[in-house]
Write a protein that binds this ligand. Sequence first.
Ligand SMILES: Nc1ncnc2c1ncn2[C@@H]1O[C@H](COP(=O)(O)OP(=O)(O)O)[C@@H](O)[C@H]1O
Ligand SMILES: [Mg+2]
Length: 382
Amino acid sequence: MPHTDSESQLFLGLISGTSADGIDAALVRFRGHGDASHCELVHGRTYAWPEAVRARLIALGQGAAIDSIDEIGTLDVRIGEHFAAAARQLADEAGIAASHIQAIGSHGQTVRHRPAGAAFDGTHPFTMQLGDAHVIAERSGITTVADFRRRDVAAGGHGAPLLPALHNALLHSAHEDRAVLNLGGIANFTLLPQRGDVRGFDTGPANALMDAWCARHTGNAFDAGGAFAAQGTCDALLLRRLLDEPWFALPPPKSTGREVFHLDWVQARLQGGEAAADVQATLLELTATSVADALRAQQPGTRRVLVCGGGVHNARLLQRIAANLPEAVVESTAAQGVDPDFVEAMGFAWLARQALSGLPGNLPSVTGARGPRVLGVVYPRA
Ligand SMILES: Nc1ncnc2c1ncn2[C@@H]1O[C@H](COP(=O)(O)OP(=O)(O)O)[C@@H](O)[C@H]1O
Ligand SMILES: [Mg+2]
């Protein structure tokens, strides 16, 4: 104590990612008025979705049609209620009153991502996140900033990735070229050269396909530690067919989601008769190979790869990424004092702070937008 003074401010970040494994919530303290390098995680937690909501979110993410406008409206409010409950619970656990939190930064839940180059009708790119921020502000009593991606898309960008600026503030080194690798449902890199522009882009699937295949064949939501994959061997011909997907060859800026990489996409490339564990091993190798290929193509001199996101807990995946990148040290962001499970949620706390300060949140060198833009809309507390 004090939790808030003229020198420090508390923001609360909320996100449910492509994996739809739960709502990540991070309470973050920022000091001073400078860059984000003076920020620390006060408390972080992941709140699981009720199983019925999760099942629907996964189905929608895999391209299932939203049944009706009624379903969108209901889900929007329902997700908002769960986000608000997560914020309240996190603040309670940390012993911080809502009135001491400057703002919530809520990413919401992406239900469709159709960026430039992948627009549904070819001409109107969009990205859609649900989680009604009016509901979050009303139920939490905390000013809420939300809808961070769409301004960047309107400015010609991908609306993603949005975390590179924070990665840069927290993890840049003046002594070596680094990369931050976020292994969520989708994998993305932030490239942090010793000198020069920050870049960032999605590399393809990380956990999304492995989760889906594992759930179908074992009933487990994810392959803990990569144990199921370890029971099989990589099928080199299948791996080749998967890597033939033209998306992998696109140059950055690029972003993707379950719209491209879903179970039917895998199914269409199977010959039939493959052992389930061999497919799991191949999907793990697909992540490891596509990540390594992208890094070698975009920043060949990388000395250190700092890994965050849930995939950091998949020991076998990390081993295979390291094996594919012998020239670099591959380690968790924890080695640099940054909790790998809450980097993204911290990022949305940071984006809320940027918005309230009238500062840009995107990096045009990353998203491809026409310029820096203030991201997000403010929903004031009552
Ligand atoms: N112990 C573990 N072993 C293997 N994979 C794990 C483990 N813990 C988490 N994961 C993976 O991390 C995913 C969640 O990562 P997260 O960063 O939250 O992704 P997203 O941002 O897409 O929600 C899970 O779906 C799972 O695939
Ligand atoms: Mg998640």
